[in-house]
Design a protein. Sequence first.
Length: 156
Amino acid sequence: MPISTIGQNGLNAPLSLTTPTIGGGGANFSGSTSGTTNLVATAVAGSTTVTLPATTGTAALTSQLFGVGQTVQSVSRALGTNYTNSTGRPIAVYVSMSNSVSSPIVVININGEGFYGSSDPTANAYYGVTLMVPTGMTYSVTMNGTPTLVTWFEIR
Protein backbone atom coordinates (compact mmCIF):
# COMPACT_ATOMS: atom_id res chain seq x y z
CA MET A 1 0.00 0.00 0.00
CA PRO A 2 1.72 3.26 -1.05
CA ILE A 3 1.82 6.01 1.55
CA SER A 4 0.88 9.41 0.14
CA THR A 5 1.26 11.84 3.05
CA ILE A 6 2.49 11.82 6.62
CA GLY A 7 1.63 15.03 8.46
CA GLN A 8 1.17 16.40 11.96
CA ASN A 9 -1.80 18.39 13.32
CA GLY A 10 -3.58 18.32 9.98
CA LEU A 11 -0.60 19.86 8.16
CA ASN A 12 1.69 18.14 5.75
CA ALA A 13 4.71 18.91 7.94
CA PRO A 14 7.02 15.92 8.12
CA LEU A 15 7.50 14.02 11.37
CA SER A 16 10.70 12.40 12.57
CA LEU A 17 9.58 8.87 11.72
CA THR A 18 11.58 6.00 10.39
CA THR A 19 10.51 4.29 7.18
CA PRO A 20 7.38 2.31 7.95
CA THR A 21 7.36 -1.44 7.77
CA ILE A 22 4.18 -2.87 6.33
CA GLY A 23 3.17 -6.40 7.15
CA GLY A 24 0.18 -8.57 8.04
CA GLY A 25 -0.53 -6.44 11.12
CA GLY A 26 -0.50 -3.10 9.24
CA ALA A 27 2.07 -0.32 9.11
CA ASN A 28 4.45 0.23 12.01
CA PHE A 29 6.07 3.63 12.69
CA SER A 30 8.64 4.65 15.24
CA GLY A 31 10.03 8.02 16.23
CA SER A 32 8.64 11.15 17.78
CA THR A 33 4.94 11.75 17.19
CA SER A 34 2.91 14.23 19.20
CA GLY A 35 -0.42 15.86 18.54
CA THR A 36 -2.59 14.50 15.76
CA THR A 37 -0.80 12.32 13.26
CA ASN A 38 -2.48 11.64 9.94
CA LEU A 39 -1.61 8.66 7.80
CA VAL A 40 -3.01 8.92 4.28
CA ALA A 41 -2.88 5.68 2.32
CA THR A 42 -4.62 4.27 -0.71
CA ALA A 43 -7.74 2.41 0.36
CA VAL A 44 -9.94 -0.01 -1.50
CA ALA A 45 -13.19 1.70 -0.51
CA GLY A 46 -14.24 4.71 1.50
CA SER A 47 -11.98 7.42 2.88
CA THR A 48 -8.23 7.28 2.41
CA THR A 49 -7.44 9.08 5.68
CA VAL A 50 -6.83 7.46 9.04
CA THR A 51 -6.59 9.97 11.91
CA LEU A 52 -4.84 8.88 15.08
CA PRO A 53 -6.08 10.51 18.32
CA ALA A 54 -4.11 13.43 19.80
CA THR A 55 -3.91 12.02 23.30
CA THR A 56 -1.48 10.43 25.67
CA GLY A 57 -1.98 7.04 27.17
CA THR A 58 -2.74 3.66 25.69
CA ALA A 59 -5.07 3.06 22.77
CA ALA A 60 -7.02 -0.19 22.79
CA LEU A 61 -6.59 -2.53 19.89
CA THR A 62 -9.73 -4.04 18.43
CA SER A 63 -8.56 -7.43 19.70
CA GLN A 64 -8.58 -6.04 23.28
CA LEU A 65 -12.18 -4.80 23.21
CA PHE A 66 -15.10 -6.63 24.79
CA GLY A 67 -17.08 -8.75 22.36
CA VAL A 68 -14.61 -8.78 19.45
CA GLY A 69 -13.79 -12.41 18.72
CA GLN A 70 -15.40 -13.54 21.98
CA THR A 71 -18.15 -16.13 22.27
CA VAL A 72 -20.69 -17.19 24.87
CA GLN A 73 -19.28 -20.22 26.68
CA SER A 74 -20.77 -22.53 29.27
CA VAL A 75 -17.91 -22.88 31.76
CA SER A 76 -17.38 -25.22 34.70
CA ARG A 77 -17.44 -23.02 37.80
CA ALA A 78 -18.49 -23.28 41.44
CA LEU A 79 -20.22 -20.76 43.67
CA GLY A 80 -17.90 -19.20 46.27
CA THR A 81 -14.69 -19.86 44.32
CA ASN A 82 -12.40 -17.05 43.12
CA TYR A 83 -11.50 -17.00 39.44
CA THR A 84 -9.14 -14.64 37.56
CA ASN A 85 -9.89 -13.03 34.22
CA SER A 86 -6.64 -13.74 32.39
CA THR A 87 -8.08 -13.36 28.88
CA GLY A 88 -6.46 -9.97 28.20
CA ARG A 89 -9.84 -8.26 27.74
CA PRO A 90 -13.02 -7.67 29.75
CA ILE A 91 -15.45 -10.57 30.09
CA ALA A 92 -19.13 -10.77 30.97
CA VAL A 93 -20.33 -13.39 33.42
CA TYR A 94 -23.93 -14.60 33.85
CA VAL A 95 -24.78 -16.89 36.76
CA SER A 96 -28.17 -18.33 37.64
CA MET A 97 -28.87 -20.23 40.83
CA SER A 98 -31.66 -21.36 43.12
CA ASN A 99 -31.93 -21.60 46.89
CA SER A 100 -34.14 -23.67 49.17
CA VAL A 101 -34.22 -21.03 51.92
CA SER A 102 -36.17 -17.81 51.91
CA SER A 103 -34.48 -14.40 51.59
CA PRO A 104 -30.99 -15.49 50.53
CA ILE A 105 -28.56 -12.79 49.41
CA VAL A 106 -26.42 -13.03 46.27
CA VAL A 107 -22.97 -11.43 46.56
CA ILE A 108 -20.83 -10.62 43.53
CA ASN A 109 -17.17 -10.13 44.39
CA ILE A 110 -14.80 -8.37 41.97
CA ASN A 111 -11.19 -7.93 43.10
CA GLY A 112 -12.15 -8.12 46.76
CA GLU A 113 -15.09 -5.69 46.55
CA GLY A 114 -18.48 -7.18 47.40
CA PHE A 115 -21.63 -6.08 45.58
CA TYR A 116 -24.94 -7.28 46.96
CA GLY A 117 -27.36 -8.63 44.40
CA SER A 118 -30.92 -9.86 44.48
CA SER A 119 -32.95 -11.46 47.24
CA ASP A 120 -36.43 -12.93 47.33
CA PRO A 121 -38.58 -13.76 50.38
CA THR A 122 -39.74 -16.97 48.69
CA ALA A 123 -37.96 -20.29 49.22
CA ASN A 124 -36.93 -22.23 46.08
CA ALA A 125 -36.70 -19.07 43.98
CA TYR A 126 -34.29 -18.61 41.07
CA TYR A 127 -31.76 -15.78 40.88
CA GLY A 128 -29.65 -14.44 38.06
CA VAL A 129 -26.72 -12.01 38.14
CA THR A 130 -24.58 -10.51 35.39
CA LEU A 131 -21.21 -8.89 35.93
CA MET A 132 -18.45 -7.36 33.83
CA VAL A 133 -14.95 -8.33 34.89
CA PRO A 134 -11.99 -6.21 33.75
CA THR A 135 -8.87 -8.02 32.62
CA GLY A 136 -6.60 -9.28 35.39
CA MET A 137 -9.23 -9.03 38.14
CA THR A 138 -10.60 -11.81 40.33
CA TYR A 139 -14.32 -12.58 40.56
CA SER A 140 -16.71 -14.87 42.38
CA VAL A 141 -20.42 -15.25 43.06
CA THR A 142 -21.70 -16.45 46.42
CA MET A 143 -25.06 -16.93 48.07
CA ASN A 144 -25.94 -17.69 51.66
CA GLY A 145 -28.33 -20.49 52.59
CA THR A 146 -28.26 -23.66 50.48
CA PRO A 147 -27.62 -22.44 46.93
CA THR A 148 -27.65 -24.61 43.82
CA LEU A 149 -25.81 -23.45 40.72
CA VAL A 150 -28.08 -23.69 37.66
CA THR A 151 -25.97 -22.13 34.86
CA TRP A 152 -22.71 -20.20 34.50
CA PHE A 153 -21.99 -18.59 31.15
CA GLU A 154 -19.17 -16.25 30.22
CA ILE A 155 -18.56 -14.14 27.15
CA ARG A 156 -14.81 -14.65 26.74
